[in-house]
Design a protein around this ligand. Structure first.
Ligand code: FAD
Length: 278
């Protein structure tokens, strides 16, 4: 039997009223699984500021705590401070602090070019009020010079005051275990929650993976390609792969799991139920 670990769910802010209505239902359904928090992403340079705030307003105070993501690249300290103060006034005390990726065409890095600068700024501005999560990349951030430098940068985020981390999605548990081992050697022991991406659609998965530098191992790609348009088989195979991944991660000591829900209920709910984590 799988050991019980806490779970959390990620949403992105919907673009339309219909999307917002659907997400309210997804939120209600996933809330029944008793997550530790829901997180809401934030477009770099403030590009989803209003939509992120609208989603936060929808879910804050409705049971499970809500956790805004906050990115710093291309933004300025005043605007970030405003958001921190707003969240604090709303009783929100957990934040996912990120650098973000600038939309193409936008060039200015802003006053806080890297996530460790944002973490430091949050600590300067709000002291220890916020529980700060940062991003982690067991398979290396795609723009990092090399793996060792990327580990060093992660250590800087922890030293700047991050309390915990959530990883980019991955399918190779050994990459996660190696990453944790390297952090331990650096004396960093903040909890690192694996980010779990349900597999439901081969093309989308490969597109996301290519965009984020996550590796979809050949055996998974080949199997997905072999199913062609047979979405039932893709979903059944994807479910089995991700259940086994989560089981290995939990058995190996992962402190919690963070699910990239893609604003839908079923794939995540089925994973959580079959893992016995509801
Ligand atoms: P950083 O930790 O700043 O690292 C970015 C790169 O810079 C790395 O390659 C690092 O090695 C390098 N680096 C760090 N410091 C230095 C330095 N001093 N000099 C040179 N190089 C340096 N994006 C969004 O826009 N909105 C979101 O809501 C969002 N949520 C996310 C949630 C999770 C859990 C994860 C894993 C990612 C999320 N992202 C989001 C994507 C993220 O913003 C991108 O991956 C982005 O490219 C890096 O953000 P970071 O916070 O990891 O950056």
């Amino acid at each position: 039997m799988t050991k019980h670990v806490p779970i959390s769910f990620e949403f992105f802010p919907p673009k339309t009223d219909a999307g917002a209505e659907k997400l309210r239902l997804v939120h209600q359904e996933l809330q029944q699984l008793n997550p530790e928090f829901f997180s809401i992403t934030y477009g770099a340079g403030g590009s989803t500021r209003e939509r992120t705030l609208a989603a936060i307003a929808d879910f804050n105070g409705k049971g499970t705590p809500v956790t805004p993501h906050l990115s710093c690249i291309g933004d300025d300290k005043n605007r970030i401070a405003e958001l921190l103060d707003l969240y604090k006034s709303q009783g929100i005390d957990r934040i996912v602090a990120l650098r973000g990726d600038l939309p193409s065409g936008q060039v200015g890095l802003g006053e806080l070019p890297y996530a460790q600068d944002l973490v430091r700024f949050i600590r300067e501005h709000s002291g220890n009020y916020f529980h700060i999560e940062v991003a982690a990349y067991p398979e290396m951030h795609p723009q990092a010079e090399n793996f060792d430098t990327d580990i060093k940068r992660f250590v800087e985020k922890a030293q700047a005051g991050a309390n915990a981390a959530i990883t980019q999605f991955f399918f190779n548990p050994d990459a996660y275990f190696y990453f944790i081992e390297r952090l331990q050697k650096e004396g960093v022991d903040i909890p690192v929650a694996p980010g779990i991406m349900p597999i439901t659609n081969a093309n989308n998965l490969i597109r996301f993976a290519d965009g984020t530098g996550a590796d979809v191992p050949r055996w998974i790609r080949k199997q997905l390609q072999g199913y062609g348009d047979d979405s039932k088989s893709i979903q059944a195979f994807g479910h089995e792969v991700v259940v086994k991944l989560c089981e290995r991660l939990i058995a190996g000591g992962a402190p919690s799991l963070h699910f990239y829900t893609m604003n839908t209920t079923d794939p995540t709910r089925k994973l959580v139920k079959d893992l016995g984590l509801a």
